[in-house]
Structure formats: structure tokens, C-alpha cells
Design a protein around this ligand. Sequence first.
Ligand code: ADP
Ligand code: MG
Length: 402
Amino acid sequence: MSGDSSGKRALESLPPEGLEGQRALVRVDFNVPLREGQVADPMRIKASLTTIGWLRQRGCRVVLLSHLGRPTGKVVPKLSLRPVAEALESELGTLVTFVDNVTSPGAAKITRRLLRGEVALVENTRFLPGEETNDPSVAETFAALGDFFVNDAFGTAHRVHASTVGVAALLSPAVAGFLMAKELRYLGEALAAPRRPFVAVLGGAKVSGKIDVIEALLPKVDTILIGGAMACTFFAALGYQVGNSLVEREKIGLARDLLERGKGKIILPQGATIAQEISGSAAVRQVPRDAIPDGWAMYDIDSATGDSFAATIRGAATVLWNGPMGVFETPPFDVGTRTVALALADATSHGATTVVGGGDSAAAIANLGLQDRVTHVSTGGGAALEYLEGKELPAIAALDDA
Ligand code: ADP
Ligand code: MG
């Protein structure tokens, strides 16, 4: 996307005459959940279809690279991409050639024998010991499979691996696929030129994982709404008793400092939904934030806070959401997360740009069936967080400039 804020060259800028018959080596993110040897959720496969289809239509031969799980440099049969090749075949409605031994001399030959529009998938990149260390010889092995490189795997863009960074230096052009461009556009635009009011909603388990995000967002946003267990560390910073709530003692000082610097911007819950255990059948109460009794813990924001967060979100022009408001996996502690998710959907339908980042937040919005009612759900958990922290993502830096 020439207009995208990443400044990186995008697939659609490539001239059609340079594509016909070429082997497009595409790094995708097929790190899908498997159940009993089958793909349990094809979401990530579906997400890559735009890029694959675009290349096939232009007469490219498409060679796909992906990792799956953490085999740590050895062959782990359970983490084979074979079932993913099958799932991809049914998504594409065409056969997919599976390249099971990328280090054999025959592998590059297989890719050269592909016909225009044909698709091949290479076995799990992380079966090779040099993938995660960005070994140059592994990068060369991958590069031999293609004539140019497309990276569509935002989820691993924060890692320096042979199939993401190494290979990008060996093939030219090296460009961002549609999914990658979409990630960069929405995350990038939200941060670089947000329409205001710009509201960030942060939650999740730990402050420690999100401090850099808060620091980076603080100067950019108008308001930061804080929920999740993270809120409890801030409560502790205000001197409240928080019972058994999850508090990071060593972060209390930092929380106090952030509250000071974020005065008027950081908004904490007014009250908490508390219980004595995380269980669907636990007795549940709603209490003011300074009245969490001993033996009880905050597992969600209270409903008044949910309503007030929702109102702030509905009044925003840009919303960035990372981290559930409570233990959303266990109802009734999902109420706050649902309230926030619905408010994002509402804001979107009134023209706001709404972006959801983070693995659990994406899962929460998908569970609610609201993923199509927000502007963008990032597929990258850790990568999205690092991007929001303002860090350079090495696999993106490795692509050609626009
Ligand atoms: P994301 O993956 O979206 O970045 P996190 O990983 O930071 O989100 O946090 C998600 C986890 O936080 C969920 O497993 C959820 O149960 C947990 N969580 C949220 N609120 C609380 C709370 N009040 N107490 C304990 N755990 C919580
Ligand atoms: Mg998470």
C-alpha cells in the first residue's frame, strides 16, 4: 500500500509483467490450532487467501513458508504442516504440493516444476535448527525456493528468523503482503494520525507486560481506560486493600508514577466484581474499588464501570483495545469484556476506527462473534504489542522501502 504508514513496499505496487510465471515465496502465518491432527480453526489460513489469490491470478507460482508451534529446531511429527496443506486445499479448491524436506536438493526443483497459479506449502520452518537463529545457510535454503519474497506473517514480525529476516535480504523485491499491509495500516494509522478522541482500553493479567505500551500510548491518547487484573496494581498504588487480587508488588511504584504522569488521562475502574475463586458457580459481589475484602479478589470490572467505559468508547473516533477487562474465559467474569467489545462494535458502526490487538483480546472478540464489527483485529499478539510500544519490527524493517 503506497499510502501505508509503514513506508514499506507493498505487493500491489509490483508491476504485473514482473509477476507472470515468477515463483513468489510467501511467508505466511499458518500457526493454527490443531486438534487430533486436524486444523481446529482455519482463521489464519483464510486470512492469507487474499495474498495467495492475488498472486495466482497474476500467474505466479506460489510457495508458502510457515512455522507451527515450537518444535525448536527438530522434526516433531505432531507439528507437521501436512494437515494445514489439506485445509488449504479445501479453502483454495485446488491441490497444494507439499514440500516435506526443504533441505533436499529436490526441493527447489519441485518449486520450479510448479505451473502458473499452482501452490506449494513447505514443511514447518522451525523443524530446521537454523530458522530461529537466522542461520544464513537456512535463509539460502528458503531463498532457493522463490524468485521474490512476500511477507504476510505479521505475528512473527518481531522475530529475527531465517524465514522472515534472512530470506528478505536474499530475494528482491521483498514486499509486504495484503495482510501485513493491513496490520501496518491500522495499527500504524491509529498511532501516527489518530482521529480524536483517541481512547485506549487496556486490560489483561499483568501490568509488567504492558508498561511499555502504556508509556508509548500516554503521549498519544486522550484517555486510557484500565481494566483487568492490571487495575489492581494501580489500586494498590492508590493505597487500597485489594484482598487476593492479582497484584504485582514490585510494579506498584511504577503504577504510582504512571498515575501521576497520566493525570486526567488514565481512568481506573470505580468498582470491582469480586469472588473468592475463579469459578462459574462462585458467589459474586460488586464492591467499590476501595472495599475489596480479605479473601476476595477482583475478577472483572463492575457493571457501573463497564457502562462508563462503554460510554467513553462510544464517544471516541479511534479506539485501541488490548487486554480483557476480566477473567473472560470463565463467566460471569466475562461481562466487562463483553460490554467493552459491544461498545467497540457500536463505535465502529458510528464511524469510529477500532483496532483490537493481543491474542486473548482477539480470542475474546471472536468468541463473541464481533470480529467483523470492529475495524481491525490484529493477528499478531506479541508483534502487535511491540509495534504499539513503538519498537521497530525486524521482519518489517527487512522489507523494501516504498
Ligand atoms: P492479550 O493476550 O489480549 O494481550 P493478556 O494476555 O494481557 O491479554 O491478558 C489476558 C488474561 O488476563 C486472560 O487470561 C484473563 O483471564 C486475565 N485476566 C483479566 N482480568 C483478570 C483479573 N482480574 N484477574 C486475573 N486474571 C485476569
Ligand atoms: Mg495473552
